[in-house]
Design a protein around this ligand. Structure first.
Ligand code: HXC
Ligand code: NAP
Length: 261
């Protein structure tokens, strides 16, 4: 472990998207450093299995709280259950996201709306409901999982780029309004991360090795590298870091994605 193992002792984390991929890795890291957790997603059986696996791996409690981040009532119910069973919500991680490759000329209205709904509206819904229920009176940490797609422009990603740009904007606005309440709001922008649903959708098959070789450090990132950053940002070591989105991508966005790839 890079950090002291008790730096998040006594904290409770609520992680959307925590049933798979990067955010499951983030949840595991938060738990290894002392936190208990609730993980949220739509697929209840997968979420339940992930919660049991995380408990076995870390020895800490993990609650499966199914919800659809696009539906505020389900988000509120998941947060209420977390509060009732775990006693607080100190760390909120907004990782739920949807994505697929689609040229703007062929993307349907509903396809665009769906990704905006999960990534952007979902992030606001969770932040707002967690604010009302706990953060306003107790403070806490919000981590919004973003991307670097919109730093330049990325082909076939008009939906996800717009959604993550909105997430980054929210990170700044919420930091501005909620900082004095002891709520620290930051974002993490991963580059391409190996062995994730995201990269299997965006760079299937042979494309993966080609894109990885373009990354300045010569490889994709690893889930645990993003998880370590989340532990740092959730901890008091990051007490002055507020309203910013930290890129962890091995320099990938400096190169960008060519229009034809
Ligand atoms: C074009 C598509 C599509 C595709 C769905 N749609 N998949 N359009 N190409 N491959 C369209 C549908 O046709 C539909 O529009 C609309 O999107 C909604 O589709 P549904 O299947 O009804 O949506 P839903 O069941 O809500 O599922 C959401 C989803 C799905 C995003 C479409 O794939 C999902 O649940 N994804 C979650 C997992 C995921 O995506 N993980 C990767 C995150 S990675 P019409 O008009 O037909 O009704 C990530 C990486 C960022 O974010 C950066 C990496 C570098
Ligand atoms: P992933 O495993 O597919 O994670 C996405 C999660 O979001 C799933 O657990 C999914 O669970 C949940 N989710 C989707 N729609 C939801 C909804 N409406 N309500 C609640 N939960 C929902 O993908 P990943 O690749 O690890 O990506 C995780 C995060 O990192 C995302 O924010 C993504 O944008 C970001 N990111 C990833 C990469 C990468 O290289 N993979 C790069 C940059 C940024 P259910 O299906 O159960 O709902």
């Amino acid at each position: 472990m890079v950090f002291r193992e008790d730096i998040l002792a006594g904290k409770v984390a609520f992680v959307t998207g925590g049933g798979s991929g990067i955010c499951k890795g983030i949840t595991e890291a938060l738990m290894r450093h002392g936190a208990t957790a609730a993980i949220a997603g739509r697929q209840a059986p997968r979420l339940e299995a992930a919660a049991r696996e995380l408990e076995e791996r870390t020895g800490k409690r993990c609650l499966a709280t199914p919800c659809d981040v696009r539906e505020p009532a389900t988000v509120e119910a998941a947060l209420d259950r977390t509060l009732a069973e775990l006693g607080g919500i100190d760390i909120v991680v907004n990782g739920a996201a949807g994505n697929f490759l689609a040229p703007a000329s062929q993307l349907s209205y509903n396809g665009f709306r769906t990704v905006m709904g999960i990534d952007a509206l979902g992030t606001f819904n969770v932040c707002r409901a967690a604010f009302d229920r706990w953060l306003r009176d107790h403070g806490g940490v919000i981590l919004n999982i973003s991307a670097t797609l919109h730093y330049g422009a990325t082909p076939m990603q008009v939906h996800a780029s717009a959604a993550k740009a909105a997430v980054d904007s929210m990170t700044k606005s919420l930091a501005l309004e909620w900082g004095k309440l002891g709520i620290r709001v930051n974002g993490i922008a991963p580059g391409p991360i190996a062995d994730t649903e995201g990269m299997s959708r965006l760079a299937p098959g042979d494309l993966s090795a080609k894109l990885a070789s373009r990354v300045p450090i010569g490889r994709y990132g690893r889930i645990e590298e993003i998880a370590n950053l989340a532990v740092f940002l959730a901890s008091d070591a990051a007490s002055l870091i507020h309203g910013t989105t930290i890129v962890a991508d091995g320099g990938a966005w400096l190169v960008g994605t060519p229009l034809e790839y």
